[in-house]
Design a protein around this ligand. Structure first.
Ligand code: HEM
Length: 406
């Protein structure tokens, strides 16, 4: 039997949760974690049920898990007409012509950040490139100034820590709230300026948009900005690094993608299935519920374990194999509401940034692959991941044969 002492908060689980997923699904599919009074669901069908039954399983939990650092209510807390209208406003900022312009900016940012490491033949794809790249791209989309990157990145990491921690000390909590307050203070004058002189950026679109004939107030705009900043930045650099890690570890699939870059969307989709960067999605079980014979009481916090659900053999054949050709995933629908994987969530609150994330990662991977000739892990490197909520490589040092920059 699965040991009663098992905890998702243990060091062993933090080091490699994938080692435990099969046992959890088979022996403890509704794992209760007493210190944080929460239930962890690991089977695909249970996770999908929670994410699609919005009456029984609500996002009420975000009042405490997100709202304090978002400085207002986030999209994921809303339902009905308000959710549809505000979601529509934000989606407009990431689709159609806006998306084409953004991909030009993505290329320029990637080229600028690549330039210093290309002649060296060595890069840490997480810390030298992925993290600054993801923050910069989000700042560009929002229309925040580039000179603020480091400062905003520091505030963002405090905000992300608040949302993704399963147990914050009072000191860390204070620090995170201070980050959010400072970001809010920086954003307020900018919002006033964009109300007077709107541009093409997302902040301008939020400032000029109307909901029910009424313009969004400052608090609404701030919460939506921080919502996008947190939601778009965290998973992007992780997905890029994980894509390269899996392709390097599967040289025959790397060779296929190099020969035929139209396979990139399938490789990105399989990366999101195999190692989803958002591992946990929380909900509140309003009336209580029964999963696999175990009762979850009314008002309980349930965490959907996306990584465990994706390795469920009931959902995917040979789930522990990384296979960009797997027929049971369907690359074409993997970035739409019909996706089989749950990396973007599913149902009402499914990610609005899926198309953007695909375009962003595909654009930058297509630029990097031909430049990183014979790319391999740097000698002596020991692979490590961190994060229970969002999860990705701590570092990814790579060696490659430098090529002249075109
Ligand atoms: C690989 C990249 C990404 C992954 C894996 C990801 C994952 C997710 C997940 C799992 C959810 C659902 C949360 C829930 O059900 O409570 C979500 C929601 C959301 N995501 Fe993403 N995301 C990514 C990129 C982005 C980007 C680039 C943006 C912005 C452009 C974005 C903005 C949002 C927003 C605003 C929501 C809330 C939607 C709502 O509640 O209606 N995400 N994302």
């Amino acid at each position: 039997m699965f040991p009663h002492t098992f905890s998702v908060l243990s060091e062993g689980f933090a080091a490699d949760p994938y080692r435990y997923f099969a046992q959890l699904r088979e022996q403890a599919p509704v794992h209760y974690e007493p210190t944080i009074d929460s239930y962890f669901l690991s089977r695909y069908e249970d996770v999908k049920r929670v994410l699609t039954d919005h009456e029984e399983f609500t996002t009420g939990i975000l009042e405490v898990r997100a709202e304090p650092v978002m400085r207002g209510r986030v999209l994921a807390q809303m339902t009905g007409a308000e959710h549809a209208a505000k979601r529509g406003i934000v989606v407009r900022g990431f689709t159609g012509r806006a998306l084409q312009d953004q991909m030009r900016a993505v290329q320029a940012t990637a080229a600028e950040l690549m330039a210093p490491f290309l002649p060296r033949g060595r890069v840490d794809l997480v810390n030298d490139f992925g993290k600054p790249f993801a923050v910069q791209v989000t700042l560009d989309v929002l229309g925040l100034e580039r000179k603020d990157r480091q400062q905003v990145a520091a505030w963002h990491s405090g905000i992300a820590e608040f949302i993704t921690s399963l147990g914050l000390t009072p000191e860390r909590r204070r620090h995170c709230l201070e980050c959010a307050e400072r970001l809010e203070a920086r954003l307020l004058p900018l919002i006033q300026q964009r109300r007077r002189q709107p541009g093409e950026d997302l902040i301008s679109k939020l400032c000029t948009a109307e909901f029910d004939g009424i313009a969004l107030g400052d608090r609404d705009v701030i919460a939506l900005i921080i919502n996008v900043l947190a939601a778009a930045t965290e998973p992007a650099d992780k997905t890029l690094a994980l894509l390269f890690k899996h392709l390097i570890d599967h040289p025959e699939q790397m060779a296929q993608v190099r020969r035929d870059p139209s396979l990139l969307p399938a490789a990105i989709a399989e990366t999101l299935r195999y190692t989803p960067p958002v591992q946990l999605v929380p909900r509140r079980a309003e009336q209580g519920a029964v999963f696999a014979g175990t009762t979850v009481p009314p008002g309980a916090t349930v965490f959907c374990m996306i990584g465990a659900a994706h390795r469920d053999p009931e959902a995917f054949t040979a789930p522990d194999a990384f296979d960009i050709h797997r027929p049971d995933l369907g690359a074409a629908r993997s970035f739409t509401a019909a996706a089989r994987h749950l990396a973007f969530g599913t149902g009402l609150h499914q990610c609005i940034g899926a198309a953007f994330a695909r375009a962003e990662i595909e654009t930058v991977a297509a630029m990097l692959l031909p430049l990183l000739d014979r790319v391999r892990h740097s000698p002596g490197f020991r692979y490590r991941e961190s994060g229970l909520y969002t999860r990705g490589p701590v570092a990814l040092p790579l060696d490659f044969t430098p090529r002249p920059v075109p």
